[in-house]
Design a protein around this ligand. Sequence first.
Ligand code: AKG
Ligand code: FE2
Length: 321
Amino acid sequence: MNRLPIIDISPLYQDGAAGWHTVAQHIDQACREWGFFYIKGHPISPERIEQLLNIAKTFFALPDEEKLRIDITQTRHHRGYGAVATEQLDPARPSDLKETFDMGLHLPEDHPHVMAEKPLRGPNRHPDLPGWQDLMETHYTDMQALAQTLLRAMTLALGIDRDFFDQRFEEPVSVLRIIHYPPRETASSHEQQGAGAHTDYGCVTLLYQDAAGGLQVRNVQGEWIDAPPIDGTFVVNLGDMMARWSNDRYVSTPHRVISPQGVNRYSMPFFAEPHPDTAIECLPGCQDAQHPAKYPPTTCAEFLLSRFADTYAYRREQQIP
Ligand SMILES: O=C(O)CCC(=O)C(=O)O
Ligand SMILES: [Fe+2]
């Protein structure tokens, strides 16, 4: 158990039920055994990734005061720029050595849900860089579609309605995030954490990582193994909401990022999360007399907000629900 599976998902983009079933089986096995796998054969182009990387480097190289014009801690909607040490993913360790940009589904200030201060709903806050907003909004839409294709394959494996997730991912609270990990200061500070050990909160995460390396995943024996960059792939992993939804048939696996040495690292996770009011309760088919539901029902928003409160001191201090 030292190598994450690599799954070619291109049959999901061709006609043919047989291809769908084969991919669904591979995904199902990877979700049960690892909660982590790579996908190749997806429709996001290398040119898109290169554009994103280039503009991300331009953004993070801006002076702090420029980036802090969209400071994530100054908004209730969890959008914008997070400076180094805003997040502490592992409470037993120092804050993470990384800076971030977060965006979600854009809803304008006068949208009824924003006016009603519904949690996690609001406008995006983009930096003033030529081409940024269009590129990011397009990429957000494309990543949402890719996530839903994977979820549709999972419905086959889980034996639930084909449109089960599609219905629940309308007006989602998915987040596209861009992360810059600055190099660690000394070679000896090997354990310096770019991102402390954690499990993801949501349903499915699709992660692009550049060539620097440093992502590690905990296997079932409790050992940390490398999840090295593989050209043209995304790393896919499940979060706690999917573990609850599937009654732990699918696992949400701890992972971390060791700070790079001598180079900067850039990564772009897309966290696919459903509509905030979605009930997260044991899926049909994931419970029976031998396996009763383990978790009390919750909702997407309730669950995400409780996990945000653990990770972000500023949200606790400002009492952001
Ligand atoms: O940057 C990475 O490779 C992983 C980031 C991560 O695990 C997260 O943001 O949840
Ligand atoms: Fe993560």
